[in-house]
Design a protein around this ligand. Structure first.
Ligand SMILES: [Zn+2]
Length: 285
């Protein structure tokens, strides 16, 4: 999964650090990430030195994100500056981070993206409209006019693998060009337990009931500012699917001995599908 970066480690404890020229940073614009183009054509995370500006002029635009193996990583908030100012820096789609070394960069990047969304969407107080200020000692934003304090927002998502003996329910989204088979998932409502959310989503999207929910695992997923909680559940009652066509293009029972493969191994969906795959005796899988 994307967060499996062992032996490296993302350390999220907030630290009141001041960036130096040799420190790396993430900077985003419209879902794209700023990367340095090296002489051999490869890309890597930029350092503040690449901006070719005195560090004192940049510090106000930076915020500490986290450490990776004790190395501090920052967010650079560039609202008005375009990348064309720098010869060696260009914006690339965030998914491009999957090709950047070291291997922790992709997970660090989507985590930075999630934190970046939070900072970007909380410049002003949602209660009184005054400017929010960063607490120097912890990851929180404060409005000194009305006392409003805002903490990072994480939207929980449940993902459910519904099994019926040797079959697994798999779906395709209605509104995405990617025609990949996925598992049922959805955001948790306020006032709902994770298990209630799982049951509701499966019933809303596929019209079936589930029982015997078992926690599988979880995954931070910065693309949607969420954490995904995976459950494996058994069908309860009829296996006849009634599709919610606003959400799904198709939902079908697949034999667990012949499940479609996910395109990449970064998601918890991949882990869940592979955990439920029944391997034929003597097969290659
Ligand atoms: Zn306020």
């Amino acid at each position: 999964m994307i967060q499996d970066i062992f032996p490296s480690r993302l350390e999220l404890t907030f630290r009141n650090l001041v960036p130096a020229l040799e420190d790396c940073f993430f900077s985003f614009q419209n879902g794209n990430v700023l990367l340095r183009i090296c002489e051999d054509g490869s890309r890597e995370l930029p350092t503040f030195r690449d901006l070719q500006k005195p560090i004192e002029k940049i510090r106000d635009l930076t915020v500490f994100l986290f450490c990776v193996d004790d190395i501090p990583i920052y967010l650079l908030q560039l609202n008005d500056i375009v990348a064309s100012e720098w010869q060696c820096l260009r914006y690339f789609p965030v998914e491009y981070l999957n090709h950047i070394l070291p291997e922790w960069v992709y997970f660090a990047g989507i985590t930075a993206l999630h934190l970046g969304h939070w900072y970007e969407r909380n410049v002003y107080c949602g209660k009184c409209g005054d400017k929010m200020e960063r607490n120097r000692n912890q990851r929180e934003l404060i409005c000194h006019s009305c006392g409003n304090i805002v903490y990072p927002h994480i939207a929980p998502v449940v993902m459910v693998a519904v099994i019926n003996e040797d079959r697994l329910l798999m779906t395709k989204y209605a509104d995405r060009s990617l025609s990949q088979w996925v598992l049922i998932s959805g955001f948790v409502e306020i006032g709902e337990t994770l298990e209630e959310a799982a049951k509701r989503e499966v019933f809303e999207e596929a019209g079936i009931h589930i029982k015997d929910l078992k926690y599988f695992g979880s995954q931070p997923w910065g693309f949607s500012n969420s954490v995904i909680v995976g459950y494996i559940a058994r069908l309860d009652g009829s296996d006849e699917v009634h599709l919610d066509k606003r959400e799904l293009a198709v939902a079908e029972w697949h034999p667990r001995s012949n499940l479609p493969k996910e395109l990449t191994d970064i998601s918890i969906a991949y882990e869940m599908i592979e955990a439920l795959r029944i391997h034929e005796k003597g097969g290659l899988e």
